[in-house]
Design a protein around this ligand. Sequence first.
Ligand code: S3P
Length: 188
Amino acid sequence: MQQRHLFLCGFRGSGKTSVARLLGETYELPVVDLDEVVQTDAGRTIREIFDEGGEQVFRDFETVALGTIAQGPTAVIALGGGAILREKNREIIRSGGHVVWLDAPADVIAVRIQGDAASRQQRPPLTALPAEVEIETTLDQRRPLYEAVADHRVATDGLSVRQVAQKIQTLWSPTDTDADPLPESFAG
Ligand code: S3P
């Protein structure tokens, strides 16, 4: 049977995990956080995986975990911010269900991430660039990939987690069988 998951993609600090939790309650679907599955599989934190093996080792865990999750029961799945980097991952995501991109401008993301000490501790740097430059540069590189994989873009700037979840509810429900986006899907 084809799986009909709801995938949430977007940069670090875009609210994927919080929104997924709320939508899971609303839809009465399990919520799966890809980063948590990676950490369980690896028996280490994401920072430890990056520190000990580097980003590519993390990406290998991520691809395996994503494949396993996609084969599992229908769920709301919060992806890691870089899960869209590999073409193989994008294929798994595209064929596994409906995809919503939680978008926010770089400066908003920077404020969210830097204002959260736990987040700074848990999220290893992706480059040697200063944090704000890294966010801007990486987001620029990834935008086309988020756009390529997503059925819908939701602009999250100025919205609460609940408001973002409510927007998504107007775009997708678990009974949807057709992944075609609504005409206004990229209007934000
Ligand atoms: C990453 C984002 C993180 C996590 C890892 C790499 C990225 O997920 O997968 O630190 O490349 O942007 P969140 O987006 O949930 O922070």
